[in-house]
Write a protein that binds this ligand. Structure first.
Ligand SMILES: Cc1cc2nc3c(=O)[nH]c(=O)nc-3n(C[C@H](O)[C@H](O)[C@H](O)COP(=O)(O)OP(=O)(O)OC[C@H]3O[C@@H](n4cnc5c(N)ncnc54)[C@H](O)[C@@H]3O)c2cc1C
Length: 375
């Protein structure tokens, strides 16, 4: 994108997030839903397709541009970003990287406009950190595949129109996995009730069941046996993007912390004058700075084709742990108030816990980093 156009997008998104989304956070928490007005404006601004190619109606941002945009988006409740994050990210990238021309033409413009919502269905009850052991099966039957099995913790499942489903077509391990496009309403496809989560109210996950779901062979994405590679490629991109969300949110939490430290009085002084409180603030600022720098470099190396593994995993590992520490210090600076419902840092403390778990736990990022170094 032209640099002036991109600067305009950044500016518009920054004011939308700060002026409209942040003041709606309590409403999102109470109703467990993103208000329609925010959904509509997000669509108009192109947020459902910022990472999708321009030829399909997306903004076509490079990952380096995307992370700068996501720093702004991440400043608000992460449920807001989740509304369009999967369509741009793990689900949409499956089609971008591995879809046929026909599949891209049929789905990417609708994903980019927000007309349809996508989901990425990899995790199963017995296959989370190690998805290569998944057991959902897809068996060829004439011109169709028949899918049986179940998935869990699938983001957007309750509202999804299309699922990128990873299923075993034959053989053991990663090489036996293929990817299928399954539309909502397919016979035998059922979505369970929304999970009751610790945080991120307004973003929904659920189980997805496949009971003899029949899809045409044309719904195979890529070729048989390439599903694991497709999933990992989507996740590598997603990991840099999640790191950027962590940075944006850490900035927000630090801003809340500094504002409170400047106005809260105790013992005759504002608490920000106490050096032990200053230490907490300084640690968060230094770590946030490190995280932001890391994400910018990881995105640059990804765009240059230099590193799609160690950089994304290092950034996801560090930034998800970093925002956890920043949120923990924020609660500390708030004292008793930090433990009370209705206070933003209490809610954000719960929200950020997820980042160390999904799209690969911190332990899995450690394994990816070390294995690639030792290879
Ligand atoms: C809110 C939410 C949204 C999600 N959205 C999606 C989605 O949209 N699509 C999707 O497919 N999945 C999604 N997930 C699933 C998520 O990616 C998995 O929960 C995650 O990968 C961990 O898998 P698991 O829960 O089975 O934990 P497990 O794999 O059982 O891990 C349990 C613990 O063991 C550790 N562990 C496991 N294996 C190893 C190992 N080899 N070495 C060291 N430690 C190990 C883990 O780090 C963890 O601490 C979501 C999860 C949540 C909670």
């Amino acid at each position: 994108m032209e640099s002036q156009d991109f600067a305009d997008v950044l500016k518009a998104v920054r004011s939308f997030v700060r002026d409209q989304v942040v003041p709606s956070e309590e409403e999102i928490e109470e109703t467990d839903a993103i208000p329609e007005r925010l959904r509509r404006t997000s669509r108009e601004m192109g947020l459902f397709g910022y990472a999708l190619p321009e030829q399909y109606g997306g903004l076509g941002l490079s990952l380096s541009e995307e992370v700068r945009l996501v720093f702004e988006i991440g400043y608000a409740s992460p449920a807001f970003r989740s509304m369009f994050g999967t369509s741009n990210g793990i689900a949409g990238q499956v089609l971008v990287n591995a879809g046929t021309g026909e599949q891209k033409d049929a789905w990417l413009p609708k994903l980019a406009s927000g007309e349809v919502i996508g989901a990425f269905a990899l995790t199963e009850a017995e296959a989370g950190s190690d998805p290569s052991t998944l057991t959902t099966s897809a068996v060829r039957d004439g011109g169709d595949y028949v899918i049986n099995g179940s998935k869990r913790f699938i983001t957007n499942a309750p509202e999804a129109d299309v699922f990128m489903v990873f299923a075993r077509t034959g053989g053991e391990g990663a090489r036996g996995i293929s990817t299928f496009l399954v539309e909502k309403g397919a016979g035998g496809l059922e979505v369970g009730p929304s999970d009751q989560k610790m945080g991120q109210r307004g973003a929904h996950t659920a189980e997805v069941f496949f009971d003899g779901v029949r899809v045409p062979a044309g719904n195979l994405i890529g070729t048989e046996g390439t599903g694991f590679r497709t999933a990992m490629a989507s996740l590598a991109h997603g990991r840099v993007s999640i790191s950027a969300v962590c940075v944006g949110l850490a900035q927000r939490i630090l801003d809340e912390t500094v504002a409170y430290a400047k106005e809260r009085n105790q013992g005759g002084n504002v608490i920000g004058e106490y050096q032990l409180v200053q230490g907490l603030i300084a640690d968060s600022q230094a770590e946030l700075y490190a995280g932001r720098s890391m994400v910018i470099e990881a995105a640059r190396a990804y765009d240059a084709g230099e590193d799609t593994k160690i950089g994304p995993s290092s950034a996801k590992y560090f930034c998800s742990e970093m925002v956890g520490r920043v949120a923990d210090r924020a609660v500390q600076v708030y004292g008793g108030m930090g433990y009370m419902r209705g206070v933003a840092v209490e809610r954000l403390y719960r929200d950020v816990r997820l980042f160390r778990i999904y799209e690969g736990t911190s332990q899995i990022q450690q394994l990816v980093i070390a294995r690639n170094l030792l290879r």
